[in-house]
Design a binder for this molecule. Structure first.
Ligand SMILES: NC(=O)C1=CN([C@@H]2O[C@H](COP(=O)(O)OP(=O)(O)OC[C@H]3O[C@@H](n4cnc5c(N)ncnc54)[C@H](OP(=O)(O)O)[C@@H]3O)[C@@H](O)[C@H]2O)[C@H](O)CC1
Ligand code: K
Length: 546
């Protein structure tokens, strides 16, 4: 699991170490230099003679780069430092000069953008060390204008330079993932001590490239701090998976009640049911009109239509809340779920059930699964005027707000899926493929999540007593993971990246990289339908339980 910690938590963890004289910056700089060298090697460049440009701000972030630059200069690189602050890190600057780094003091230069762009054109690697966790986004001028110019230069450059961001891409919201101004998109972010929330959360996460976490010795200090954002990997999801035992039968494995599909949108019923059945559970009880019922039976003869006890509900896929009969059936299922205190997934039309506060203060075992537009509608209906654009600009903040307003857990669908409960960490899962942006994919996800929640059976009904606090959010993140993994398999793209807590440890291994951090990807993949995703689910689950 990747655990991301806020800037304040990182500072609290580093304080006693710095006071004890631990060489945190040396470790950070050595790892940074090693990663830059690895990027050069990976692109087939020799390290001696390679031209590297450091973009150096006035804080310790710039200090990291100056020390890293001195290592690289000693390895024969031609290193230029564009120093953009009046008072850069003094020891770093001295070390850089001593190692032969060419220092260009450009703070206050009238032709700043031209001067830096000219240096940038000659360099194969740009190291972005303008600001790190000490800065408040957005970047101020003149750095904002410089970053805009460099981003344009890079986009126009025929042989794209590699951009390595130090700790974070300068200008992102470190704690909230906001992008309130210009940011130079990175190929790799080498982050110190622990991942930062903005490296996992949209929209900033998309500008961070591959994230490499450097162990500088903070794990002890961070162990007592709850992470702000988590990202589950295959092992975490496998640990959460409800495995059937030899004594299990269909009722103990979990029964899911599904209220999905309508005469107008019958396919949604098939997709939600397929998502549930192929994720694995004891049984599905389907509640719907004739056409969707016969379609469901044609594909899944095992589905039962008789009413009876369930351990979870999935409600709303393919249902127009203006369809009075279906709305009544959704309301009946929701009320039954709340009365029995079993988990309920509300998707699509089912979200209208919480547009007013008739069901105020929901338990976190109710999981809402909106996309950005649906979340904006829900928040607006609950008195928090919100547009889709607002949600896109700050997905995590709005998911958390919806969780606080309703009490429910919120899974906000998007290229990176964000899960928020009223308290506890956020989850940010980026396991899928752009091919998944296709009709019906959300119906399959509702089925996957419903099956997982049902698999926890009546255990989750005691959630109110707090014994399983946080489990609905982690199961929602696990559902997003498996859904994404199935989509990648269906699209022919292998398995999702395997995030690791610590990918590079300067203290445990002074050279080399951990190969296991490499992504398992195979090309661009190809188009998929929602049904393809459902079909790939058993293989996706089996692969992760291996
Ligand atoms: N995590 C670790 O274990 C270690 C991290 N290290 C590195 O240190 C930085 C944090 O360094 P810090 O000096 O606290 O701050 P920064 O370098 O991030 O930023 C301060 C400079 O940025 C300027 N600033 C602030 N806001 C803005 C803005 N909006 N626009 C432009 N410039 C801004 C600020 O200038 P002021 O005039 O505002 O003072 C400073 O010049 C961390 O990220 C790691 O990289 C250490 O290596 C130790 C180990
Ligand atoms: K930076």
């Amino acid at each position: 699991m990747i655990r991301a910690h806020t800037a304040a938590d990182v500072r609290t963890a580093e304080e006693p170490l710095l006071a004890a004289g631990e060489p945190l910056m040396d470790r950070a700089a050595f790892a940074l230099a090693t990663h830059v060298a690895a990027e050069l090697r990976e692109r087939g460049h020799r390290i001696p003679g390679s031209v590297i440009l450091l973009l150096v701000g006035g804080g310790n972030n710039g200090g990291d780069a100056l020390f890293a630059g001195s290592h690289l200069a000693r390895r024969g690189c031609q290193v230029h430092a564009a120093v953009l602050a009046e008072h850069p890190h003094a020891a770093g600057l001295a070390a850089a000069r001593a190692a032969g780094v060419r220092v260009h003091e450009l703070a206050g230069a009238p032709d700043l953008n031209d001067a830096v762009t000219a240096l940038a054109r000659r360099a194969g690697v740009w190291v972005d060390a303008l600001t790190g966790i000490g800065a408040r986004a957005p970047l101020r001028e003149p750095l904002a204008g410089l970053v805009t110019a460099l981003a344009a230069e890079r986009a126009a450059s025929p042989d794209e330079p590699v951009v390595v961001a130090v700790d974070v891409p300068s200008g992102i919201g470190v704690d909230d993932g906001a992008v309130p101004g210009p940011v130079l998109p990175a190929d790799v972010t080498v982050t110190m001590g622990a991942a930062k929330p903005g490296l996992l959360l949209p929209p900033a996460a998309a500008l961070a490239g591959r994230v490499e976490v450097v162990d500088v010795g903070l794990e002890g200090g961070l162990a007592g701090q709850a992470p702000a954002v988590c990202r589950l990997s295959a092992t975490d999801v496998a640990d959460l998976w409800p495995l059937p035992g030899p004594a299990d039968h269909k009722y103990t494995r979990g029964v899911l009640g599904v209220v999905a599909g309508s005469q107008t949108y019958p396919g949604a019923a098939v997709l939600a049911v397929a998502g549930a059945v192929r994720t694995g559970l004891g049984m599905v009880r389907y509640h719907g009109p004739e056409i969707p019922t016969s379609l469901v039976h044609a594909r899944h003869p095992e589905v039962v239509t008789a009413p009876g006890r369930v351990q979870a509900w999935a409600i709303g896929c393919g249902i127009d809340p203006d369809d009075a009969a279906r709305a009544q059936e959704m309301e009946r299922g929701f009320a039954a779920g709340l009365a029995a205190r079993v988990p309920v997934v509300l998707d699509a039309g089912g979200l209208s059930l919480v547009h007013d506060d008739a069901h105020a203060d929901l338990p976190a075992t109710v999981v809402l699964t909106p996309h950005a537009g649906e979340l904006a509608l829900l928040l607006t209906a609950r008195g928090e005027d919100t547009t889709r654009e607002d949600v896109d600009a700050a997905p995590a903040r709005h998911a958390r707000l919806a969780a606080e307003v309703t009490g429910a857990t919120v899974l906000l669908k998007g290229p990176t899926t964000v899960v928020a409960a009223p308290d506890g960490p956020l989850y940010a899962q980026a396991d899928a493929t752009p091919w998944l942006a296709t009709a019906g994919a959300g119906d399959v996800l509702a089925g996957v999540l419903g099956a997982l929640l049902a698999g926890y059976g009546d255990a989750l009904a005691v959630y109110a007593e707090g014994r399983l606090a946080g489990v609905p959010a982690s199961l929602a993140a696990a559902a997003a993971y498996v859904h994404g993994r199935a989509a990648r398999l269906a699209a022919g793209q292998g398995t999702p990246p395997r995030p690791r807590d610590v990918i590079f440890s300067v203290r445990r291994a002074s050279h080399g990289e951990d190969d296991i951090s490499r992504h398992t990807t195979t090309g661009q993949g190809g188009p998929i339908s929602a049904l393809d995703v459902a079909v790939a689910l058993p293989a996706a689950v089996a692969g992760l339980l291996r």
